[in-house]
Design a protein around this ligand. Sequence first.
Ligand code: URA
Length: 247
Amino acid sequence: MSKGPVSMRLDRLLANLGYGTRSEVQRMIRAGRVSLDGVRLKENDQRIVVSADLPARMWVANEPLDPISGLCLMLNKPVGVTCSHKEQGPLVYSLLPERWRRREPAISTVGRLDKETSGLLLLTDDGVLLHKIISPRNHVTKRYDVTLDRPLGDDVAKIFASGTLMLEGEKKPLLPAGIEVVSSTRAFVTLTEGRYHQVRRMFAAVGNHVTALHRDRMGGLTLPDDLAPGEFRILGETDLPLVLKAV
Ligand code: URA
């Protein structure tokens, strides 16, 4: 959500949004399938000012133009899908419209959730925004709803808050983490860092085992109840400051 409007050749704009290769979109343009403000565009090299209101003004193949770059989405990640591009099996990207997987710049996840973890996952094509959210300097908190195999010990809150807990195989202790106990086997855990399998390893370090893990909040942004697993929503100008607001 950085720079001001830029202008771009029409065929490049559509190819970057995943509508096809340069020659495929050139055929669409010549066939009169693209219009702006109700006027058919016929020239591939026409320069278009890529402003935020473009999707409300441009039509491609009888549909409004897809969101332009600078996109940020929140997805309710279901259990069983993977955040990586490389691994086998269903990927979070398969939950997005097919065309969006061919966009340039590409849409990436903002950090990751394990395959077996569900909940709030942000995706963006804005590298500056991505780094702002994951940078430890911005202290974006992440809250997890944790279900455990065994009852919580009395000392867990103190250990998590201590700033001295070491995870197996690591050299640096964890930053203090918050815990809000819901029941003997359920708690909300709030972190400001994002180490590999962090929540699962924290509970393993105190002799417990996580049986279900769900992220419901990042900064001041809460996963809405009406966003079903597998569904996503485009974040607007008002939602993004919420993510970056430390809570
Ligand atoms: N901690 C974990 O163990 N897994 C996640 O996906 C996120 C935090």
